[in-house]
Design a protein around this ligand. Structure first.
Ligand code: DAH
Length: 339
């Protein structure tokens, strides 16, 4: 028995010393100490040992078990030490190396200004509405007092999905959609993408953005429109901004106007930025046409309203002195990182 135990101990020592990693170590442990291990087999054979020898044999087996356990413990430490040493060696850190640049994205210039614009209008009590870019001809044209043969359709040629479905050419359909869904008082802005079948050049793109505004309530007058839009221009372009309203024509507002701001570079004298005009056009506006109120289910005898449409690209180009609309959509980070 004694020799047998010595043999096991010897074999365990050799095998454990050769175990180079945690897995090999565990395999050796199972082999010698596990349920089906060699020592356990010996313990099971105790019944064949003479009763008077059993305590001594039991003691021997336990001693060998304790010895093997301590060898396992030591080998485990040795393996861990070796792993740590290897890790330290392979992960040398040169603190004098320059740091790696972390590239962080930035807000697109169109979104910078759009977010500012939303803030301004939310501060003035407006809420934000959204509508479909693929729009029914009815909302994009017909309900806005632009029937099939109206010349205004020529300037807003678009992409037809079918005879009655178009990519919206303006955010103005949101006027009708909003009035159909909500009872006055209404105070919304509706920003979004619009499409026109225009050839691409420095100032035209088949896709661009507008922000529609609509206010409908009892007793809304042109002076309300002028007040709000002047306030908006001052908040966006600075307190000293001068605005003017020029009469214009839009089929869905009456009377209609365009609002200009005095050129912030030359203050009205005329310069290349304002093309010598002294003024820069920033939006179209007017009192909602009674016909438009009516198709939208609002009684023009009881309510009146104003609407406006701001071109986002034009506003941002003026703001950041960008002279080519294509830059917005090319996703060139050298451009985008400047804002
Ligand atoms: N939808 C017009 C356009 O694209 C802009 C516009 C003008 C919107 C007058 C309005 C408005 O709401 O009242 O040219």
């Amino acid at each position: 028995m004694k020799e047998k135990l010595q043999g096991i101990l010897q074999a365990a020592r050799e095998q454990l010393a050769a175990a180079a990693d945690a897995r090999a170590l565990d395999e050796a442990r199972v082999k010698f100490l596990g349920k089906k291990g060699e020592l356990t087999a010996l313990l099971k054979g105790m019944k064949d040992v003479a009763p008077e020898e059993r305590p001594a044999v039991g003691q021997m087996i336990n001693d060998v078990r304790a010895e093997i356990e301590s060898v396992i413990e030591k080998q485990k430490e040795a393996i861990e030490q070796a792993a740590l040493a290897h890790k330290l060696e392979s992960e040398t850190l040169d603190v004098t190396l320059p740091g790696e640049e972390v590239v962080i994205g930035k807000k697109h210039p169109l979104n910078i200004v759009l977010d500012e614009l939303k803030e301004i209008f939310i501060g003035l009590g407006f809420s934000i509405a959204e509508g479909p870019e693929v729009e029914l001809d009815h909302y994009n044209f017909e309900a806005l007092n632009i029937p099939k043969d109206h010349p205004a359709r020529d300037t807003q040629d678009t992409f037809y999905v079918s005879d009655n479905v178009v990519l919206r050419t303006q955010t103005s359909p949101m006027q009708v959609r909003t009035m159909e869904q909500k009872k006055p008082p209404i105070r919304i802005i509706a920003p979004g993408r619009v499409y026109r079948s225009d050839a691409v050049d420095a100032t035209h793109s088949p896709l661009f953005h507008q922000i529609e505004g609509l206010v409908v309530d009892k007793g809304i007058r042109m002076s309300d429109l002028k007040g709000i839009l002047e306030l908006f221009a001052k908040k966006l372009y600075g307190e000293d901004t001068v605005v003017r309203f020029r009469p214009h024509h839009f089929p869905f507002t009456e009377p209609s106007a365009e609002m200009d701001i005095q050129c912030y570079r030359c203050h009205g004298a005329g310069c290349p930025l304002c093309k010598g005009e002294g003024w820069i056009e920033i939006l179209g506006c007017g009192m909602v046409h009674p016909k438009v109120l009516e198709v939208s289910g609002i009684d023009p005898e009881e309510y009146s309203g104003y609407a406006f449409g701001i071109g986002l690209e034009r506003t941002v180009m003026g703001r950041f002195k960008i002279d080519d609309i294509r830059l917005f959509y090319e996703n060139d980070v050298r451009f985008l990182h400047q804002f």
